[in-house]
Design a protein around this ligand. Structure first.
Ligand code: ZN
Length: 435
């Protein structure tokens, strides 16, 4: 079982309860730093030690010791804790595994991913935004992977700050309060926006009002707003039809949609109920958001293949890139073959070099030419043999079979191919396993 330390055979069950997360960025002038006060109860289980994902990778090697990380842990029925920064985990050894353990952790955390995305071009005394994600190997709060949990989160803010959270949050005094139940444990993303820099207005997507947070210095033009509304509506409708599941879904925690524009170019992101997109002074194109909408179905919050598993990023990214092009093919709204050609050129730059790796080795998102170009190109090659509609059907069926099921493996994808199109399964598997 991938639920590290959880006793339940069904590791989608809740093994952590009464989870409360308080976040306060305080008066710090540094972007993406903040203070956390986190408490939770570990339910009785068959394990002496309960492991949770926690911590960042690159700048936090020094987190190994309490003194440099300033982490204070208290609670009942825990005798010891281990912080393993190499594997980004924290372990709680329990006095009595048949009794619940209460844990409280207080720590200051600098979110490297958030600083990278937002910190550099900004005036540190007047930051524009922070975005906090449990992704890109950054886990700012502890959680048991691939489980669900209820969470009560409070984000302390000053008057000039607005919080955009993955789950609805209400402003009460100087705090945004978010109650979210039965969420995928790693999905609590949020953004802090400096109101002095942002304006918000609403566009209509599939007859639902979608807030769009825009930078005052670079608001969308009227034509950019209307083309974005059309592209988002068309993409949501296409994917809903292909996957047979609505964008808005209580089971998936997708109750709303909003779009947040960033001042820098690092990349687009799907964060459950808000998508983030870079914008610069030149003309804005909404096509990148089609890929982000696709992550509602094909991505880390639905296809629960763990980081580090063979082929994890073929499953989470390559399939979604291919499906974005299938949206272009089905709707005729953009030149998907030109995009395929661009990806061919991108892959040809590394083909046959030491950077050309097998897709099965994409355990982390560590090689963009392989994940985002070679992966969809291989799918395209086989789609030309069995038909594009047949390949779309395979991917949709794979999603339907494994949506939200913990412990997903690459082999589950090939098993779906073998069921639906046995004539290509072995050869496709070999192409993914070999360079
Ligand atoms: Zn993606």
């Amino acid at each position: 079982m991938l639920c590290l330390g959880c006793s339940r055979d069904d590791n989608s069950a809740q093994c952590i309860s009464s989870y409360k997360l308080l976040f306060d960025r305080g008066d710090t002038v540094l972007v993406a730093n903040g203070h956390f006060d986190v408490s939770f109860t570990i339910e009785p289980s068959a394990h002496d030690t309960v492991w949770m994902r926690f911590g960042g990778r690159i700048p936090y090697a020094e987190q190994e010791t309490d003194s440099t990380f300033h982490i204070v842990i208290s609670g009942a029925n825990i005798v010891h804790k281990i912080i393993d920064s190499e594997s980004q985990r924290i372990g709680f050894i329990r006095e009595n595994k048949r009794k619940p353990s209460s844990v409280r952790m207080e720590y200051d955390y600098g979110n490297f991913a958030a600083a990278l995305r937002f910190g550099k071009p900004l005036n540190a005394n007047n930051p524009t935004a922070d975005i906090w994600e449990t992704s890109t190997e950054e886990f700012y709060y502890p959680f048991v992977p691939q489980t669900r949990m209820d969470i009560h989160a409070e984000f302390m803010v000053s008057d000039s700050v607005e919080v955009v959270a993955a789950y609805p949050a209400k402003r009460v005094g100087d705090c945004y309060i978010c109650e979210a139940n039965n969420i995928i444990s790693h999905s609590l993303q949020f953004a802090y926006l400096n109101r002095n820099h942002y304006i918000v207005d609403t566009i209509n997507v599939c007859d639902v009002g979608v807030p769009v947070y825009q930078m005052k210095k670079r608001p969308l033009t009227d034509s950019e707003r209307s083309s974005m509304a059309n592209v988002l509506s068309d993409a949501a409708e296409y994917f809903e039809e292909v996957f047979g599941v609505s964008y808005f879904s209580e089971k998936h925690g997708t109750s709303s949609m909003s779009v947040l524009f960033e001042p820098t170019f690092i990349g687009l992101r799907y964060n459950i109920n808000f998508m983030s997109s870079p914008i610069d002074s030149s003309t804005y194109s909404p096509w990148g958001l089609v890929h982000e909408i696709g992550h509602r179905w094909l991505g880390e919050y639905n296809l629960l293949i763990a980081d580090g598993q063979p082929g994890a990023y073929f499953i989470r990214e390559s399939l979604n890139v291919f499906m974005r092009m299938m949206f272009g093919r089905a709707t005729g709204s953009y030149d998907w073959q030109a995009e395929m050609h661009r990806r061919q050129q991108s892959y040809s730059k590394i083909k046959g070099t030491e950077h050309d790796r097998a897709l099965i080795d994409m355990r982390y998102n560590s090689n963009h030419a392989v994940v985002y170009a070679k992966g969809p190109l291989i799918l395209d090659e086989f789609a030309q043999r069995i038909g594009y509609d047949a390949m779309v059907h395979i991917i949709a069926e794979f999603y339907r079979r494994h949506d939200l099921k913990p412990g997903l493996r690459y082999e589950d994808f090939i098993a779906t191919v073998a069921d639906l199109h046995p004539e290509i399964a072995e050869e496709l598997d070999q192409r993914i396993r070999n360079v």
